[in-house]
Design a protein around this ligand. Structure first.
Ligand SMILES: NC(=O)c1ccc[n+]([C@@H]2O[C@H](COP(=O)([O-])OP(=O)(O)OC[C@H]3O[C@@H](n4cnc5c(N)ncnc54)[C@H](OP(=O)(O)O)[C@@H]3O)[C@@H](O)[C@H]2O)c1
Length: 236
């Protein structure tokens, strides 16, 4: 049975990824701070193992990998999906706000990837998928820190793909557009309608559509794809 770690698995895109992989016979280590919703998923899909972890705390990431390594010495895939947003003027953003966002969006993918690598390198195989954003490419007004974190994640992806290719490990990112999750729940009906008008396909993406792309990126069907930052934005 193949094993995957999905961060930010408690809702939204991470929850859809967790379900899809478990439905396809993978063992899924599903991490988030609040794992109540994951308890429900694992009753339905027993190959889901919920692990509570605050990715902003390096010691909790160490503990997460202690738990994983008790039953799984090497993961087949890692999805760095957990992320937080901050919307506001840059001059109103405190150093603490900046640090918290970077800890989850950029430092955690580094620490999680680092912890997963020894097993993957030993087996000379593995897939890493980073869930990034179109704002990492274009930059969004009022979201400078978020955009910087995702731009950093894109560069991390490309650099790591080259570094890890000799070890048989592929690294890719998905530059998601607007996906219909709680991250966009703050939008008023008018704002949501304006957003939909700015998207070529005229609607937000579904978390399951992101999960399908992650599944492809972790399969042999994408065996020559590495170092890519793939837009999934409905032609924004
Ligand atoms: N939705 C969009 O429009 C969109 C667009 C582009 C990119 N993305 C990216 O896609 C990813 C998933 O977003 P989403 O829309 O599914 O967001 P979401 O519904 O808000 O879910 C975020 C997930 O991250 C987890 N998380 C947040 N802080 C964490 C922490 N400190 N430690 C561990 N887990 C943490 C949350 O779980 P807990 O709160 O339980 O910890 C939750 O499971 C993010 O990286 C986001 O930046 C989303």
């Amino acid at each position: 049975m193949k094993s995957i770690l999905v961060t930010g698995a408690s809702r939204g895109i991470g929850s859809a990824i967790t379900r899809l992989f478990a439905q396809n016979g993978w063992r899924v280590f599903a991490c988030a701070r609040h794992i109540q919703s994951l308890m429900q998923i694992c009753q339905e899909l027993p190959s889901v193992y919920p692990v509570s972890c605050d990715l902003a705390r390096p010691e909790e990431i160490d503990r997460l990998f202690e738990i994983i390594h008790e039953s799984c010495p090497a993961l087949d895939a890692v999805v760095n999906n957990a992320g937080v947003s901050y919307i506001g003027l840059i001059q109103d953003m405190s150093v603490d706000d900046w640090d918290r966002l970077m800890q989850v969006n950029l430092r955690a993918p580094f620490l999680v990837t680092k912890a997963a690598l020894p097993g993957m390198i030993q087996r000379k195989s593995g897939c890493i998928v980073n869930i990034s954003s179109m704002w990492g490419t274009y930059g969004a007004s009022m979201e400078a820190a978020y955009s910087a974190s995702k731009g950093g994640l894109n560069a991390f992806t490309k650099a790591l793909a080259r570094e890890l290719a000799p070890s048989g490990i592929r690294v890719n990112a998905i530059a998601a557009g607007a996906i219909d999750t709680s991250m966009n729940a703050f939008l008023s009906p008018e704002e949501r309608s304006m957003l939909e008008d700015s998207i070529g396909l005229g609607r937000l993406g579904r978390p399951e559509e992101a999960a399908d792309l992650v599944f492809y990126l972790c399969s042999e069907k994408s065996s020559y794809l590495s170092g890519a930052v793939i837009p999934l934005d409905g032609a924004y």
